[in-house]
Design a protein around this ligand. Sequence first.
Ligand code: FAD
Length: 403
Amino acid sequence: MTHFIVIGAGQAGASLVAQLRKQGFEGEITLIGSEPVVPYQRPPLSKAYLLGEMEMERLFLRPESFYADNNITLKLGQEVRNIDPEAKTVTLADEVLHYDQLALTTGSTPRRIPAAIGGDLDGVYVLRDLADVDAMAPVVTDGARTLIVGGGYIGLEAAAVCAKRGVAVTLVEMADRILQRVAAPETSDYFRTLHSNHGVNIREGIGLERLEGVDGAVKRAVLSDGSTVEVDFVIVGVGIAPATGLAESAGLTLDNGIKADARGRTSDPAIWAAGDCASFPYRNARIRLESVPNAIDQAEVAARNMLGADETYVAKPWFWSDQYDVKLQIAGLNTGYDNVVTRAGNDGTMSFWYYAGDQLVAVDAMNDPRAYMVAKRLIEAGRTADKTLVANPDADLKPLLRA
Ligand code: FAD
């Protein structure tokens, strides 16, 4: 019987196998994951779950019974060690499996602080897997002190949760401003103010020099300006790297991740890739997106193409972040923007509209689902929005969609 194997039982892997069955594939499906838990969603890990407001079962993308009911063999807590593209086999700790087609949905791995500067001390956490959060949650308590390294979305979300739990939070960002890599100065300013209002001490343009410990547990952080912060624990949110090790040793072409074509196929015609680990063509560039919508959509297209659909993946980038009572929604990619229009509502809503010249390319909307929705539809249609109208909070945005 035809056998499809999917390596990586996360967001993309779970979407891919479900889509194969939905399309009527009747062959054998094996989904292999190194984590000992059924595929789950990661976004709540740095939000409601870390805050203790969400049960673990609610993280699961589908109940465990879904896989048995759909005749999908789940191999959890098992790591694939090797792929042999010639023999079409994958090697696990104690078995070798043959595939007809293979999909890599291996996600990404968090960057860590080197052991040489204290990254291996107890009490230093990254925030990627359920196990990371379960290890960290008991120390996120009222009166504790933490240093968060990195002012991207993960670091800021962790800061919000810690502040809400009564932890004294210092956040250091090596770049000139938080969110520098992903957002305009307007968005950085907005979130700096929000966090300052909740007592978070944000220090920009400052890096971590080293962590010091007592009896193997972290106690102090020395920063690049020579100052020190006394800490009970440290959260590291300094970005991720696509998990390409298996692909690389199998001889697949890499380019900012596993290089996939517009159909999700890698340099080996029997191997596909989707999600955080895969780069793909987008407009005139090659990009990699680290988001749930991308993982789902790309995996579903790859699944259909594994069954012969010959479908092109057209990414529609969107993302969200929750911090305190602010819901940030992002549509589009702001690469290449050269001007930003602010729309500040009287009701506390706020949105920043990114333009390249007169072309709308992205929006960051804070507690403003209408601005997000209108901008998203315009961007996806390749249309733009009149700047004067956007800047006027009393002007209705809906007519933009009809224009
Ligand atoms: P993953 O979900 O990471 O799954 C990959 C799986 O492959 C992992 O379980 C890994 O253990 C497994 N694996 C790797 N190598 C092997 C191997 N050799 N053998 C077996 N298994 C292997 N995105 C948003 O859109 N919005 C958000 O608000 C948001 N918040 C986030 C918050 C946190 C804390 C994190 C960590 C991520 C967040 N993201 C968010 C990003 C989003 O979760 C990821 O983009 C998404 O999970 C990517 O899916 P994936 O399937 O590619 O990778």
